[in-house]
Design a protein around this ligand. Structure first.
Ligand code: SF4
Length: 380
């Protein structure tokens, strides 16, 4: 199978989910990296009490998020000491789980297991949610695809409010471990001033602990609007900034993200991204979209506009996960995702943007297809 074939296989695995035999899962949580539910749950079913892998690797290096679905046609089994993926009973390829980071069981100075503070996403991205809270749920105005509250209630597996020092300690441990190349930071809902001050302290702790002037990675803060606000994030020492716009089409955005669109309009998002590109530089700003909840043409219009501005795009493949208001719905077909993301990759290639891979790469995401599609054109 070539890389284009693995792109199609990844799309199927994300859309249909996957399951694994007990034998295949034996070492997950021991030698292989398990899910820790740092923010959202992406499985099609809850699995409290069972360790499942966070993600896995296809033979060409493609990272795939593991989305548990006990009715999936895709099965991982252990055969003669190897992990083999089959689809509808036909052997597809060997896969491998990712190694469990050595620092996961280490304790922070506050006495917390490091895996409850930061978790590696994909192969090389250390993820921190500095506060697992979103006020939109209390008013019933959460985004329709979001299961933040139910994930937290079901698994209760991470510290909700992490200390600044322990985030710095886990960052150092992650980079020392050798597995981490990037960080990703986000943090629910905040008053803007409060969040900015907190980020300055977190980045200062990260820089002190690692000895780096700039931390390679991306921050996804609550919406920031003014040049001063965005400049403060840049001055904190993070390499890139992202804006979770979710949906490009304005009417659908307001319908799918009622609380978020009350707080920040589509136009304000775009203006902020224009400002962020001025501050961070082309390629170091991301528009983050959920792919599969709007028509192909509006999604691609968003990719075109964002890349014209100078922003890269991270489009997550929608999961109709339990606890979200869209639980039980179905995502578009794998073919729809592949056709659409290949056209999106053509748009990004044509724009000639810097790839931004020093802050976010294909190894960071098991739940997006665009980086993999860009790899077909030579962008690693
Ligand atoms: S803003 Fe939307 S996606 Fe983000 S945590 Fe709140 S409900 Fe979830």
């Amino acid at each position: 199978m070539d890389t284009a074939g693995y792109l199609r296989l990844k799309a199927e695995l994300l859309v249909e989910g996957v399951r694994a035999t007990t034998e295949a899962l034996l070492e997950v949580g021991v030698h292989y990296k398990e899910q820790n539910h740092g923010l959202f749950g992406w499985d099609f079913e809850d699995h409290s009490g069972t360790y499942l892998p966070d993600d896995f690797v296809l033979p060409d290096g493609t990272i795939v998020q593991f989305r548990q679905n006990s009715r999936s046609p895709h099965l991982v089994d252990s055969q003669d000491g190897r992990l083999v993926l089959s689809s509808n009973g036909e052997r597809a390829c060997e896969i491998r789980w990712l190694p469990r980071p050595g620092f996961y069981e280490d304790l922070t100075s506050a006495g917390h297991r490091m895996a409850t503070v930061g978790q590696i996403g994909g192969e090389d991205c250390l993820f921190f949610c500095y506060q697992n809270y979103c006020s939109h749920f209390a008013r019933g105005r959460q985004c329709l695809f979001c299961n933040l509250v139910s994930t937290s209630d079901t698994y209760d597996s991470v510290i909700k409010k992490k200390g600044v020092d322990e985030i710095g300690e886990v960052t150092r441990a992650g980079f020392d471990d050798g597995a981490v190349n990037h960080v990703l930071l986000t943090g629910g809902c905040f008053k803007r001033e409060t969040e900015m001050r907190l980020i300055e302290r977190i980045l200062s702790a990260m820089r002190d602990r690692t000895g780096r002037e700039t931390i390679p990675g991306t921050i996804l803060p609550s919406p920031a609007r003014t040049p001063d606000e965005i400049g403060a994030y840049h001055a904190s020492g993070i390499g890139a900034i992202g804006f979770s716009m979710e949906i490009w089409d304005d009417a659908l955005y307001r319908a799918i993200c009622p609380g978020k669109s009350d707080a920040m309009s589509h136009a304000e998002f775009v203006d902020s991204i224009v400002t962020a590109v001025d501050v961070f530089g082309a390629g170091n700003v991301y528009g983050v979209l959920v792919m599969g909840l709007e028509p192909r043409d509006t999604f691609l219009r968003g990719v075109r506009r964002l890349t014209e501005i100078g922003a890269n795009v991270v489009p997550f493949v929608w999961s109709p996960n339990p606890g979200s208001r869209l639980a039980g719905h179905r995502a578009p077909s794998a073919n729809w995702y592949v056709d659409t993301v290949l056209e999106a990759a053509d748009i990004v290639h044509a724009a000639g943007l810097p790839s931004g891979t020093e802050n976010h790469c294909f190894k960071c995401d098991g739940n997006s297809l665009l980086h993999d599609a860009l790899r077909l054109g030579g962008v690693e």
